[in-house]
Ligand binder design. Structure first.
Ligand code: SF4
Length: 180
């Protein structure tokens, strides 16, 4: 694993966005706003429980490798022995939110790079027997930066983002809040 001489603490302080916030940004900005304002309704929601169960029962041998670094929680990591980098893995229950999953793991790769650690990402969809590999490049960094900036703007705003009905709203933990 390549490491450079970086002031970890300084870099960590600059990286304030959580992986789940990147994911929610692409799913629904109202959900992101509510989550960032500690509504926390999804804690015991059925879909979250399903996700946890999937995580716990898939890839059992790697379960102990869950890595939490400040704001990010990576499902598991593997060392690529042939090449000098680590693989970071996320486990998702379906590819319906592929764009959100893609940016979440892209952010993890970016986050680690900021700490001087080179990595590649893999999104695992065990229910569909599918994997997607992700690497960081100039182009996707250029797309990621405005997302991070926009999330910070939403964090610093007091104005709730009005909900707009989407096909997956009924499965969202905030449904009652938005539409009752
Ligand atoms: S119910 Fe729909 S609009 Fe409301 S937070 Fe959830 S996804 Fe967003």
């Amino acid at each position: 694993m390549k490491k450079t001489n970086i002031d970890f603490e300084k870099e960590l302080n600059k990286l304030n966005v959580r992986g789940i916030e990147i994911n929610y940004y692409f799913i629904c900005k109202t959900k992101l706003f509510l989550f960032m304002n500690n509504m926390g309704l999804e804690k015991n929601h059925e879909n979250v429980e399903l996700g946890k169960l999937l995580h716990e029962t898939s890839y059992r041998s790697n379960k102990d490798k869950e890595v939490i670094i400040n704001k990010i929680a990576i499902d598991f990591i593997k060392k690529n022995k042939k090449e000098d980098f680590i693989e970071i893995h996320e486990v998702k229950k379906s590819d319906k939110m592929e764009l959100a999953d893609y940016y979440q793991i892209l952010y993890y790769i970016y986050y680690l790079k900021k700490l001087g650690i080179e990595s590649k990402g893999v999104i695992n969809y065990p229910n569909q027997n599918k994997k997607k590999e992700i690497t960081l490049n100039d182009e996707n960094i250029k797309n990621l930066i405005p997302v991070i900036q926009e999330i910070e703007k939403i964090r610093n705003s007091n104005l709730i983002i009005p909900p707009k009905k989407k096909k997956y709203c009924k499965k969202c933990a905030y449904y009652e809040f938005c539409f009752s």
